[in-house]
Structures are given as C-alpha cells and as structure tokens.
Design a protein around this ligand. Sequence first.
Ligand code: CA
Length: 392
Amino acid sequence: MTTGTTAGFGLENLPYGVFSHGDDRRRIGVAYGDAVLDVGAAAAGGPFEALLAAPVLNPLLAAGRATWTAVRAAITEWLRDPVTSAHLVPRSEVTLHLPFEVGDYVDFYSSEQHATNVGKIFRPDSAALTPNWKHLPIGYHGRSGSIVVSGTPVVRPKGQRKGPQDPAPVFGPSVRLDIETEVGFVVGAGSPLGSTVPVEDFAEHVFGVFLLNDWSARDLQAWEYVPLGPFLGKSFATSISPWVVPLDALQAARVAPPARDPEPLPYLRDNGDWGLDLAIEVRLNGHLVSSPPFAGMYWTPAQQLAHMTINGAPTRPGDVYASGTVSGASKQEYGSLLEMSWGGAEPLTLPDGTTRTFLEDGDEIVISATAPGPDGSRIAFGEVAGRIEPAT
Ligand code: CA
C-alpha cells in the first residue's frame, strides 16, 4: 500500500511505520513529504540506533514518553540536515507492513450517535442506549491475530446466520458485510498486572493514533452476539492504517469532548481532556459516502484506557484499542453501511448509478483522515484500505 500525497506529512507530523524497499528486510520509517526516512539508517552510531534499527516499533513503544520525545526531536533535526537525504526513499516505492507486533486488542463503542442508531436498528422495541452506556465506555476483547495492514484483501467470511423469520440457521458467506470507521490507539509504555492507568496518565502510556476498519458481518453478528457480544462476525479481519501518528503531533487537534450527563464516576472524570478533532472520510469504490467527525465522541481515549485498566488488567507495548464506530448526526456522517442504509432498508445510490446496502465482492473501502496541526497546518493520517474478495 502506497500513497503519493505529500500534504499533511510535514515536520509537524512525522508518523512512524514499517517498510521494506527492494528486499524483504523490514525497517522503521517516518513519513516525510512524499518520502520515507529510513530512521534505522539515520540513527546509525547514535544513542537511538538499537530502538530504530528494529523491524517493528515495539522496542520504541516500550521505551516510554521521555524517549519518544527525544527521538522525535532527533528525527526533526536529521530532516533539517541535507546529509539525511541519503536515507530518504520515495514512498511510492516502498511496501508498508504492520508497524508493530499487536498485543491485546480491545474495541470500544463510544459514539453516542452510533450506539443509538445500532440500538434502534437491532433492538427496535427497547431503549436505544442500554442503561450502562453513559456510565462506562462499553467494549469487548477482539482478536489481535487478525489485525492486518491497509491493502490486505478481506475475504468474505462464512458463518451461521438466522433471520427473524427463518425457522433454522443456515451456513454460508455473509450477505451483510459491513465496515466500521474507527480510530485506533497503540499502547507504548505498559502497566503491570494489578495497576491502573488514571485518565491523566494517558499520554505517558499511549504512543500514537491510526485509522482502523472493524470489518463486520452483520448477519453473523446478529445471530451470535446475545448474550456475550461480538465474536466471529468481527474476528475475520480488522484493518489498520500503516502510519502511527504520535500524540506529540496532535496537540493542536485536542478539543473538549461533549458534556457528559450524568457525570461519570470519579475514575472516569477527565477535565475535558483528549477529545480529538479528526476529520474522517469514507470512500466506497472511490466515491465519498461519509465524513464522520471524531470530535463528538462521548468517551475519550484517555477514559477508555482508564476504564480498561481499572480492574487491574495489565497493558503491554503493542496493545491496541479502538474508539468504536465514529458516527455523526446525519446520514452523511455515519460510520457504517448498517447505519447509512438503515439496516438495509434504504440502499445508497452511488454516483455510478449502482446501489448498495452492504458490501459486494470487489468493493473497496478507503478511510482517510486529517487533523489540525500547529500554525494552521494539517496532520494527515494516510489511509486504511481494503477490498472484498469472494468467500472461498
Ligand atoms: Ca467496532
């Protein structure tokens, strides 16, 4: 997966990824303009060589906040030095890989609009939001082994489904394959078993942010999810964007989250911190179908991490957690086809005249995002892309 765009990849961004170029050797790179800086090569002989010459980001993730800041400052200096140009590779020539070895994976459900929409569609006879929703960030443990990098084909999953009118379940390829437009967070500095991570320690533990598509088979999900939640309808593939934007690049993107009512319990109170003003775009076969706003998320990533660890569960470098589907107030801001087509009842018409309720074989979904950077600049996240292949 490559991208030729330079906008949003200036010195104020410097996202990390893992690339190969000309051979199979995986190297840590930093996107800069339309190039990738081979930071392992640039670091040779210096204090950060061991961290940056690794084939994955995990050693850097484990090094902690002070080192992340020092490494970012060093990379900024290197890019200002003409000698460094020897270590720049055109981004159009590289292959991008999963940037880190994924540890545990948790997926939240923190958009009030999305949770309300799904409640109305899946449980039309009940209150849209469950009684716990405004008291805690609801989540579930996902399957880290099926997290794949952008560009990896997604094979239509098979499984059981049973519609309300069907007398018995049937087995076969999913007929309601969907996306979930999400934002992912990777833990850097972990926290030991038995400890907790307070809301205010978020930036000491989380290294960076990326885009995530939680592919979802709605027919499998609807039949299996009661009473223990998502399982095989989600675990066949989760795609992430290849560039991890450091928290340091997102200071200008911080906004106050929406007012929380009722006030959360003390361990979830956050002083209005760590809402993030990401502007997300979702394209289906090249057509813009939605622009979900991340700034409206009810629970912030700082609250999610605090909640995830409040029982003493540990975190490790490479652990991933995701925001939950990002949906705004209107159909043009919904983060899933389930919502855009209202459970399949209102098909979307694409500019080429075709219609969609859920994904067809050959369809490609591309999710991209930008955020405010310092001094009026923009921070680009690149994109997470995936094309549906027929069931095997
Ligand atoms: Ca999800």
